[in-house]
Design a protein around this ligand. Structure first.
Ligand SMILES: C[S@@+](CC[C@H](N)C(=O)[O-])C[C@H]1O[C@@H](n2cnc3c(N)ncnc32)[C@H](O)[C@@H]1O
Length: 422
Protein backbone atom coordinates (compact mmCIF):
# COMPACT_ATOMS: atom_id res chain seq x y z
CA UNK A 1 0.00 0.00 0.00
CA UNK A 2 2.81 2.43 0.93
CA UNK A 3 4.64 1.80 -2.34
CA UNK A 4 1.43 2.07 -4.31
CA UNK A 5 0.60 5.43 -2.73
CA UNK A 6 4.17 6.66 -3.09
CA UNK A 7 4.44 5.83 -6.78
CA UNK A 8 0.88 6.96 -7.48
CA UNK A 9 1.55 10.38 -5.95
CA UNK A 10 4.77 10.65 -7.99
CA UNK A 11 2.75 9.96 -11.18
CA UNK A 12 0.09 12.54 -10.26
CA UNK A 13 2.83 15.08 -9.47
CA UNK A 14 4.42 14.57 -12.88
CA UNK A 15 1.11 14.90 -14.71
CA UNK A 16 0.43 18.13 -12.84
CA UNK A 17 3.85 19.32 -14.02
CA UNK A 18 2.73 18.74 -17.60
CA UNK A 19 3.91 15.21 -18.43
CA UNK A 20 1.70 12.68 -20.14
CA UNK A 21 1.03 9.29 -18.55
CA UNK A 22 2.41 7.75 -21.75
CA UNK A 23 5.82 8.97 -20.56
CA UNK A 24 5.25 8.76 -16.83
CA UNK A 25 3.92 5.20 -16.46
CA UNK A 26 6.77 3.35 -18.19
CA UNK A 27 9.28 5.15 -15.97
CA UNK A 28 7.43 5.02 -12.65
CA UNK A 29 5.97 1.52 -12.95
CA UNK A 30 9.44 0.17 -13.65
CA UNK A 31 10.18 0.89 -9.97
CA UNK A 32 7.78 -1.85 -8.82
CA UNK A 33 8.23 -5.53 -9.54
CA UNK A 34 4.82 -7.03 -8.89
CA UNK A 35 2.39 -6.87 -11.81
CA UNK A 36 -0.51 -6.66 -9.35
CA UNK A 37 1.06 -3.62 -7.66
CA UNK A 38 1.71 -2.03 -11.05
CA UNK A 39 -1.97 -2.49 -11.90
CA UNK A 40 -2.95 -1.04 -8.50
CA UNK A 41 -0.81 2.06 -9.14
CA UNK A 42 -2.35 2.51 -12.57
CA UNK A 43 -5.88 2.23 -11.22
CA UNK A 44 -5.10 4.65 -8.39
CA UNK A 45 -3.56 7.22 -10.74
CA UNK A 46 -6.36 6.95 -13.30
CA UNK A 47 -8.92 7.28 -10.52
CA UNK A 48 -7.21 10.21 -8.82
CA UNK A 49 -6.95 12.04 -12.15
CA UNK A 50 -10.55 11.27 -13.01
CA UNK A 51 -11.67 12.96 -9.78
CA UNK A 52 -8.88 15.52 -9.45
CA UNK A 53 -11.31 18.47 -9.64
CA UNK A 54 -13.12 17.25 -6.53
CA UNK A 55 -9.96 16.20 -4.67
CA UNK A 56 -8.22 19.56 -5.15
CA UNK A 57 -11.37 21.35 -4.03
CA UNK A 58 -11.72 19.12 -0.96
CA UNK A 59 -8.10 19.67 0.05
CA UNK A 60 -8.62 23.41 -0.04
CA UNK A 61 -11.51 23.02 2.40
CA UNK A 62 -9.18 21.22 4.81
CA UNK A 63 -5.98 23.28 4.84
CA UNK A 64 -5.29 26.99 4.92
CA UNK A 65 -1.88 26.57 3.32
CA UNK A 66 -1.11 23.59 1.08
CA UNK A 67 1.87 21.60 2.46
CA UNK A 68 4.60 21.69 -0.20
CA UNK A 69 5.65 18.22 -1.35
CA UNK A 70 2.73 16.45 0.31
CA UNK A 71 -0.22 17.74 -1.70
CA UNK A 72 -0.43 14.86 -4.14
CA UNK A 73 0.08 12.25 -1.44
CA UNK A 74 -2.93 13.76 0.33
CA UNK A 75 -4.96 13.83 -2.89
CA UNK A 76 -4.17 10.17 -3.55
CA UNK A 77 -5.11 9.30 0.05
CA UNK A 78 -8.40 11.16 -0.24
CA UNK A 79 -9.10 9.46 -3.56
CA UNK A 80 -8.58 6.01 -2.01
CA UNK A 81 -10.81 6.91 0.94
CA UNK A 82 -13.59 8.48 -1.09
CA UNK A 83 -13.74 6.42 -4.26
CA UNK A 84 -12.40 2.93 -3.50
CA UNK A 85 -13.10 0.11 -1.08
CA UNK A 86 -9.73 0.48 0.68
CA UNK A 87 -10.08 0.52 4.45
CA UNK A 88 -9.91 4.14 5.67
CA UNK A 89 -7.46 3.46 8.50
CA UNK A 90 -5.15 1.49 6.19
CA UNK A 91 -5.05 4.41 3.74
CA UNK A 92 -4.32 6.91 6.51
CA UNK A 93 -1.55 4.75 8.00
CA UNK A 94 0.04 4.11 4.62
CA UNK A 95 -0.11 7.83 3.80
CA UNK A 96 1.66 8.69 7.06
CA UNK A 97 4.38 6.11 6.36
CA UNK A 98 4.71 7.33 2.78
CA UNK A 99 5.15 10.93 4.03
CA UNK A 100 8.01 9.72 6.26
CA UNK A 101 9.58 7.89 3.33
CA UNK A 102 9.39 11.08 1.32
CA UNK A 103 11.47 12.76 4.05
CA UNK A 104 8.63 14.63 5.77
CA UNK A 105 8.96 13.00 9.18
CA UNK A 106 7.85 16.13 11.05
CA UNK A 107 4.87 16.70 8.81
CA UNK A 108 3.59 13.13 8.95
CA UNK A 109 1.26 14.20 11.79
CA UNK A 110 -0.24 16.78 9.46
CA UNK A 111 -0.96 14.07 6.88
CA UNK A 112 -2.68 12.04 9.57
CA UNK A 113 -4.68 15.11 10.68
CA UNK A 114 -5.80 16.20 7.22
CA UNK A 115 -6.98 12.73 6.22
CA UNK A 116 -8.79 12.19 9.52
CA UNK A 117 -10.44 15.59 9.15
CA UNK A 118 -11.52 14.58 5.69
CA UNK A 119 -13.13 11.45 7.12
CA UNK A 120 -15.01 13.58 9.63
CA UNK A 121 -16.04 16.38 7.28
CA UNK A 122 -16.57 14.64 3.98
CA UNK A 123 -20.36 14.86 3.93
CA UNK A 124 -20.19 18.64 4.27
CA UNK A 125 -17.37 18.90 1.74
CA UNK A 126 -19.30 16.84 -0.79
CA UNK A 127 -22.29 19.15 -0.42
CA UNK A 128 -20.22 22.29 -1.07
CA UNK A 129 -18.33 20.61 -3.94
CA UNK A 130 -21.59 19.77 -5.68
CA UNK A 131 -22.13 23.51 -6.22
CA UNK A 132 -18.69 24.07 -7.76
CA UNK A 133 -18.26 23.35 -11.49
CA UNK A 134 -14.64 22.18 -11.51
CA UNK A 135 -15.18 20.04 -8.41
CA UNK A 136 -18.37 18.42 -9.64
CA UNK A 137 -17.64 18.10 -13.38
CA UNK A 138 -13.93 17.25 -12.95
CA UNK A 139 -12.60 19.37 -15.81
CA UNK A 140 -10.74 22.67 -16.14
CA UNK A 141 -12.96 25.76 -16.20
CA UNK A 142 -12.19 26.64 -19.85
CA UNK A 143 -13.08 23.10 -20.96
CA UNK A 144 -16.38 23.20 -19.05
CA UNK A 145 -17.30 26.55 -20.62
CA UNK A 146 -16.27 25.34 -24.05
CA UNK A 147 -18.30 22.11 -23.98
CA UNK A 148 -21.34 23.95 -22.66
CA UNK A 149 -21.00 26.46 -25.49
CA UNK A 150 -20.13 23.97 -28.27
CA UNK A 151 -22.52 21.16 -27.28
CA UNK A 152 -25.15 22.61 -24.96
CA UNK A 153 -27.49 19.64 -25.30
CA UNK A 154 -24.85 16.99 -24.68
CA UNK A 155 -22.36 18.59 -22.27
CA UNK A 156 -23.84 16.97 -19.14
CA UNK A 157 -23.76 13.53 -20.77
CA UNK A 158 -20.18 14.04 -21.96
CA UNK A 159 -18.99 15.03 -18.46
CA UNK A 160 -20.75 12.02 -16.96
CA UNK A 161 -19.24 9.62 -19.54
CA UNK A 162 -15.75 11.00 -18.88
CA UNK A 163 -15.89 9.63 -15.32
CA UNK A 164 -16.70 6.06 -16.34
CA UNK A 165 -14.09 3.34 -16.40
CA UNK A 166 -13.28 2.62 -20.02
CA UNK A 167 -14.20 -0.85 -21.15
CA UNK A 168 -11.92 -3.29 -22.93
CA UNK A 169 -13.10 -3.75 -26.50
CA UNK A 170 -11.74 -6.35 -28.89
CA UNK A 171 -11.72 -6.48 -32.66
CA UNK A 172 -11.86 -10.00 -34.01
CA UNK A 173 -9.46 -10.62 -36.88
CA UNK A 174 -12.06 -12.06 -39.26
CA UNK A 175 -9.31 -13.17 -41.63
CA UNK A 176 -8.38 -15.74 -39.02
CA UNK A 177 -11.59 -16.54 -37.12
CA UNK A 178 -15.25 -15.62 -37.33
CA UNK A 179 -16.85 -13.57 -34.60
CA UNK A 180 -19.13 -16.52 -33.73
CA UNK A 181 -16.19 -18.92 -33.38
CA UNK A 182 -14.30 -16.49 -31.22
CA UNK A 183 -17.32 -15.94 -28.97
CA UNK A 184 -17.48 -19.72 -28.48
CA UNK A 185 -13.83 -19.68 -27.37
CA UNK A 186 -14.66 -16.99 -24.82
CA UNK A 187 -17.63 -18.98 -23.56
CA UNK A 188 -15.46 -22.10 -23.18
CA UNK A 189 -13.08 -20.07 -21.06
CA UNK A 190 -16.01 -18.62 -19.13
CA UNK A 191 -15.20 -15.06 -20.11
CA UNK A 192 -18.22 -12.78 -20.28
CA UNK A 193 -18.69 -10.42 -23.20
CA UNK A 194 -21.28 -8.15 -24.77
CA UNK A 195 -21.80 -6.34 -28.03
CA UNK A 196 -22.67 -2.65 -28.07
CA UNK A 197 -25.96 -2.14 -29.87
CA UNK A 198 -25.66 1.59 -30.41
CA UNK A 199 -22.87 1.60 -32.96
CA UNK A 200 -22.02 -0.44 -36.04
CA UNK A 201 -18.71 -2.27 -35.68
CA UNK A 202 -19.09 -5.74 -37.16
CA UNK A 203 -16.21 -7.53 -35.48
CA UNK A 204 -16.39 -5.75 -32.13
CA UNK A 205 -17.09 -7.12 -28.68
CA UNK A 206 -16.56 -5.86 -25.15
CA UNK A 207 -15.28 -8.00 -22.30
CA UNK A 208 -17.25 -7.90 -19.04
CA UNK A 209 -14.03 -7.71 -17.06
CA UNK A 210 -11.03 -5.85 -18.48
CA UNK A 211 -7.99 -8.17 -18.42
CA UNK A 212 -4.36 -7.91 -19.46
CA UNK A 213 -3.63 -8.95 -23.06
CA UNK A 214 -1.88 -12.06 -21.71
CA UNK A 215 -5.28 -13.36 -20.59
CA UNK A 216 -7.12 -12.58 -23.83
CA UNK A 217 -7.57 -15.86 -25.73
CA UNK A 218 -5.68 -15.85 -29.02
CA UNK A 219 -4.27 -12.33 -28.63
CA UNK A 220 -0.67 -13.34 -29.31
CA UNK A 221 -1.80 -15.67 -32.10
CA UNK A 222 -3.33 -12.71 -33.90
CA UNK A 223 -6.97 -13.69 -33.46
CA UNK A 224 -7.96 -10.39 -31.86
CA UNK A 225 -6.75 -6.86 -31.19
CA UNK A 226 -7.64 -4.37 -28.49
CA UNK A 227 -9.39 -1.39 -30.05
CA UNK A 228 -12.15 0.94 -28.90
CA UNK A 229 -15.46 0.20 -30.58
CA UNK A 230 -15.65 3.74 -31.96
CA UNK A 231 -12.26 3.38 -33.62
CA UNK A 232 -13.47 0.11 -35.13
CA UNK A 233 -15.97 1.98 -37.27
CA UNK A 234 -13.22 3.81 -39.18
CA UNK A 235 -11.65 1.35 -41.64
CA UNK A 236 -14.95 0.24 -43.17
CA UNK A 237 -15.76 3.87 -44.07
CA UNK A 238 -12.92 3.94 -46.58
CA UNK A 239 -14.86 2.06 -49.27
CA UNK A 240 -11.99 -0.39 -49.68
CA UNK A 241 -11.65 -2.66 -52.71
CA UNK A 242 -9.05 -5.31 -53.56
CA UNK A 243 -5.81 -4.03 -55.05
CA UNK A 244 -6.24 -0.38 -54.07
CA UNK A 245 -3.22 1.66 -53.06
CA UNK A 246 -3.93 2.95 -49.56
CA UNK A 247 -2.04 5.39 -47.36
CA UNK A 248 -2.36 5.55 -43.59
CA UNK A 249 -0.54 8.83 -43.03
CA UNK A 250 -0.52 8.86 -39.19
CA UNK A 251 -0.61 5.17 -38.47
CA UNK A 252 0.90 4.42 -35.07
CA UNK A 253 0.25 2.28 -33.11
CA UNK A 254 -1.49 0.68 -36.07
CA UNK A 255 -4.99 -0.18 -34.87
CA UNK A 256 -6.70 1.19 -37.95
CA UNK A 257 -3.93 0.18 -40.36
CA UNK A 258 -4.27 -3.45 -39.28
CA UNK A 259 -8.05 -3.27 -39.45
CA UNK A 260 -7.81 -2.02 -43.07
CA UNK A 261 -5.67 -5.04 -43.95
CA UNK A 262 -8.00 -7.43 -42.12
CA UNK A 263 -10.89 -6.12 -44.20
CA UNK A 264 -9.39 -6.05 -47.70
CA UNK A 265 -6.38 -7.08 -49.82
CA UNK A 266 -4.95 -3.63 -50.42
CA UNK A 267 -1.42 -2.26 -50.77
CA UNK A 268 -0.96 -0.26 -47.61
CA UNK A 269 1.72 2.28 -46.80
CA UNK A 270 1.79 3.14 -43.10
CA UNK A 271 3.65 6.31 -42.11
CA UNK A 272 4.34 7.81 -38.74
CA UNK A 273 6.78 10.51 -37.82
CA UNK A 274 7.60 8.89 -34.48
CA UNK A 275 10.03 5.98 -34.99
CA UNK A 276 9.28 4.37 -31.61
CA UNK A 277 5.57 4.45 -32.26
CA UNK A 278 6.06 3.08 -35.77
CA UNK A 279 7.69 0.02 -34.20
CA UNK A 280 4.32 -0.65 -32.55
CA UNK A 281 2.72 -0.72 -36.01
CA UNK A 282 5.30 -3.26 -37.12
CA UNK A 283 4.72 -5.40 -34.02
CA UNK A 284 0.97 -5.35 -34.60
CA UNK A 285 1.33 -6.23 -38.29
CA UNK A 286 3.58 -9.12 -37.41
CA UNK A 287 1.32 -10.37 -34.57
CA UNK A 288 -1.66 -10.35 -36.93
CA UNK A 289 0.36 -11.79 -39.84
CA UNK A 290 -0.41 -8.83 -42.10
CA UNK A 291 1.91 -6.93 -44.38
CA UNK A 292 2.35 -3.27 -45.25
CA UNK A 293 5.12 -0.88 -46.19
CA UNK A 294 6.05 1.08 -43.09
CA UNK A 295 8.06 4.27 -43.12
CA UNK A 296 9.13 6.86 -40.58
CA UNK A 297 8.12 10.13 -42.21
CA UNK A 298 6.55 13.50 -41.65
CA UNK A 299 3.44 13.11 -43.78
CA UNK A 300 3.15 16.88 -44.14
CA UNK A 301 6.45 16.99 -46.03
CA UNK A 302 5.63 14.84 -49.07
CA UNK A 303 8.99 15.45 -50.75
CA UNK A 304 10.64 13.45 -48.00
CA UNK A 305 8.71 10.22 -48.58
CA UNK A 306 6.32 10.19 -51.58
CA UNK A 307 7.27 8.11 -54.64
CA UNK A 308 4.94 10.17 -56.93
CA UNK A 309 2.44 7.29 -57.31
CA UNK A 310 -0.96 8.63 -56.21
CA UNK A 311 -3.06 6.80 -53.61
CA UNK A 312 -6.65 5.62 -54.11
CA UNK A 313 -7.55 5.92 -50.44
CA UNK A 314 -6.04 7.88 -47.59
CA UNK A 315 -6.71 7.56 -43.91
CA UNK A 316 -5.73 10.73 -42.07
CA UNK A 317 -6.10 9.99 -38.37
CA UNK A 318 -4.59 13.25 -37.21
CA UNK A 319 -2.90 14.24 -33.96
CA UNK A 320 -5.57 16.07 -31.95
CA UNK A 321 -6.59 17.32 -28.51
CA UNK A 322 -7.93 13.83 -27.64
CA UNK A 323 -10.92 15.53 -26.02
CA UNK A 324 -13.11 12.55 -26.96
CA UNK A 325 -11.04 9.99 -25.05
CA UNK A 326 -10.71 11.43 -21.56
CA UNK A 327 -12.30 8.42 -19.86
CA UNK A 328 -9.43 6.34 -21.28
CA UNK A 329 -6.77 9.05 -20.81
CA UNK A 330 -7.83 11.15 -17.80
CA UNK A 331 -4.47 12.97 -17.77
CA UNK A 332 -5.52 14.70 -21.01
CA UNK A 333 -8.20 16.81 -19.34
CA UNK A 334 -5.61 18.37 -17.01
CA UNK A 335 -2.70 18.55 -19.47
CA UNK A 336 -4.47 20.41 -22.26
CA UNK A 337 -4.41 24.16 -22.42
CA UNK A 338 -6.97 26.04 -24.47
CA UNK A 339 -4.25 27.45 -26.69
CA UNK A 340 -3.16 23.90 -27.66
CA UNK A 341 -6.24 23.64 -29.87
CA UNK A 342 -4.79 26.20 -32.32
CA UNK A 343 -1.59 24.28 -32.59
CA UNK A 344 -3.47 21.04 -33.36
CA UNK A 345 -5.58 22.88 -35.93
CA UNK A 346 -2.41 24.07 -37.69
CA UNK A 347 -0.86 20.58 -37.74
CA UNK A 348 -4.11 19.08 -39.02
CA UNK A 349 -4.33 21.65 -41.83
CA UNK A 350 -0.74 21.00 -42.88
CA UNK A 351 -1.50 17.27 -43.02
CA UNK A 352 -4.73 17.80 -44.95
CA UNK A 353 -3.02 20.04 -47.50
CA UNK A 354 -0.11 17.69 -48.12
CA UNK A 355 -1.94 14.36 -48.17
CA UNK A 356 -4.61 15.76 -50.48
CA UNK A 357 -1.81 16.26 -53.03
CA UNK A 358 -0.94 12.57 -53.06
CA UNK A 359 -4.54 11.40 -53.51
CA UNK A 360 -5.56 10.26 -57.01
CA UNK A 361 -8.42 12.00 -58.79
CA UNK A 362 -11.55 9.98 -57.95
CA UNK A 363 -9.90 8.85 -54.70
CA UNK A 364 -11.21 9.27 -51.14
CA UNK A 365 -9.62 10.72 -48.04
CA UNK A 366 -11.03 9.93 -44.61
CA UNK A 367 -10.21 12.62 -42.05
CA UNK A 368 -10.65 11.48 -38.48
CA UNK A 369 -10.01 12.74 -34.96
CA UNK A 370 -10.70 11.56 -31.42
CA UNK A 371 -11.73 15.09 -30.52
CA UNK A 372 -15.14 16.56 -29.81
CA UNK A 373 -14.01 20.18 -30.33
CA UNK A 374 -15.53 21.75 -33.47
CA UNK A 375 -12.28 23.58 -34.35
CA UNK A 376 -10.66 20.21 -35.11
CA UNK A 377 -13.77 18.73 -36.70
CA UNK A 378 -16.62 20.55 -38.45
CA UNK A 379 -14.66 23.80 -38.74
CA UNK A 380 -11.71 21.97 -40.34
CA UNK A 381 -14.07 20.42 -42.88
CA UNK A 382 -15.55 23.80 -43.69
CA UNK A 383 -12.07 25.33 -44.08
CA UNK A 384 -10.87 22.42 -46.22
CA UNK A 385 -13.83 22.55 -48.60
CA UNK A 386 -13.37 26.32 -48.99
CA UNK A 387 -9.68 25.92 -49.77
CA UNK A 388 -9.97 22.93 -52.12
CA UNK A 389 -12.39 23.27 -54.97
CA UNK A 390 -11.61 19.71 -56.09
CA UNK A 391 -12.93 18.33 -52.77
CA UNK A 392 -16.46 17.40 -51.80
CA UNK A 393 -17.99 15.49 -48.94
CA UNK A 394 -18.75 11.95 -50.10
CA UNK A 395 -22.51 11.89 -50.71
CA UNK A 396 -23.05 8.22 -49.78
CA UNK A 397 -21.17 8.86 -46.58
CA UNK A 398 -22.99 12.10 -45.77
CA UNK A 399 -26.36 10.40 -46.18
CA UNK A 400 -25.66 7.50 -43.86
CA UNK A 401 -23.28 8.61 -41.18
CA UNK A 402 -23.30 11.08 -38.37
CA UNK A 403 -19.90 12.80 -38.42
CA UNK A 404 -19.43 13.49 -34.75
CA UNK A 405 -20.04 10.74 -32.21
CA UNK A 406 -20.00 11.70 -28.55
CA UNK A 407 -18.26 9.48 -26.00
CA UNK A 408 -20.54 7.29 -23.89
CA UNK A 409 -20.33 4.17 -21.74
CA UNK A 410 -19.57 1.82 -24.61
CA UNK A 411 -17.21 3.82 -26.83
CA UNK A 412 -14.94 6.87 -27.07
CA UNK A 413 -15.86 10.06 -28.90
CA UNK A 414 -14.65 10.57 -32.45
CA UNK A 415 -15.21 12.44 -35.69
CA UNK A 416 -15.05 11.34 -39.33
CA UNK A 417 -15.34 13.16 -42.64
CA UNK A 418 -14.90 11.42 -45.99
CA UNK A 419 -13.79 13.63 -48.89
CA UNK A 420 -13.97 12.72 -52.59
CA UNK A 421 -11.36 14.18 -54.95
CA UNK A 422 -13.17 15.40 -58.07
C1 LIG B 1 -4.20 9.58 -33.44
S1 LIG B 1 -2.65 8.85 -33.59
C2 LIG B 1 -2.92 7.66 -34.84
C3 LIG B 1 -3.58 6.40 -34.34
C4 LIG B 1 -3.58 5.29 -35.39
N1 LIG B 1 -4.22 5.70 -36.61
C5 LIG B 1 -4.25 4.02 -34.89
O1 LIG B 1 -5.41 3.76 -35.21
O2 LIG B 1 -3.60 3.25 -34.18
C6 LIG B 1 -1.76 10.08 -34.44
C7 LIG B 1 -0.37 9.67 -34.89
O3 LIG B 1 0.09 10.68 -35.79
C8 LIG B 1 1.49 10.74 -35.69
N2 LIG B 1 1.87 12.02 -36.32
C9 LIG B 1 1.73 13.27 -35.85
N3 LIG B 1 2.14 14.18 -36.77
C10 LIG B 1 2.55 13.46 -37.86
C11 LIG B 1 3.09 13.82 -39.11
N4 LIG B 1 3.29 15.09 -39.44
N5 LIG B 1 3.40 12.84 -39.97
C12 LIG B 1 3.21 11.53 -39.64
N6 LIG B 1 2.72 11.14 -38.45
C13 LIG B 1 2.38 12.10 -37.57
C14 LIG B 1 1.75 10.62 -34.20
O4 LIG B 1 3.07 10.18 -33.96
C15 LIG B 1 0.69 9.59 -33.80
O5 LIG B 1 1.25 8.30 -33.81
Amino acid sequence: MIDIQLIAQACVTRVKLGQSLKTVFPQELGKIESKADQAAVKNTVYGALRYLGYLEFALDQLVIKRPNGLVNLLLVGMYLIEFTRSADHAVVNASVSAAKQLGFKKLSGLVNGVLRNYLRQREDIRAVAAKDDEASLQHQAWWIDKLRYDHPDYAAEIFAASLKHPNLALRVNTRRISLEQYLKTLEQQQMGWWRPDNIVADAALILDEPVSVHKIPGFFDGLVSVQDVGAQTTASRLDLQPGLKVLDACSAPGGKACHILELEDVHLTALDKDPTRLLRVEENLSRLDLSATTQVADASNIHSWWDAEPYDRILLDVPCSASGVVRRHPDVKWLRREKDIDSFVRQQRALLISTWKVLAKGGKLLYTTCSIFPEENEKQVEWFLNEHLNAKIDSEYAAHNGHLIFPNNSHDGFFHALFDKI
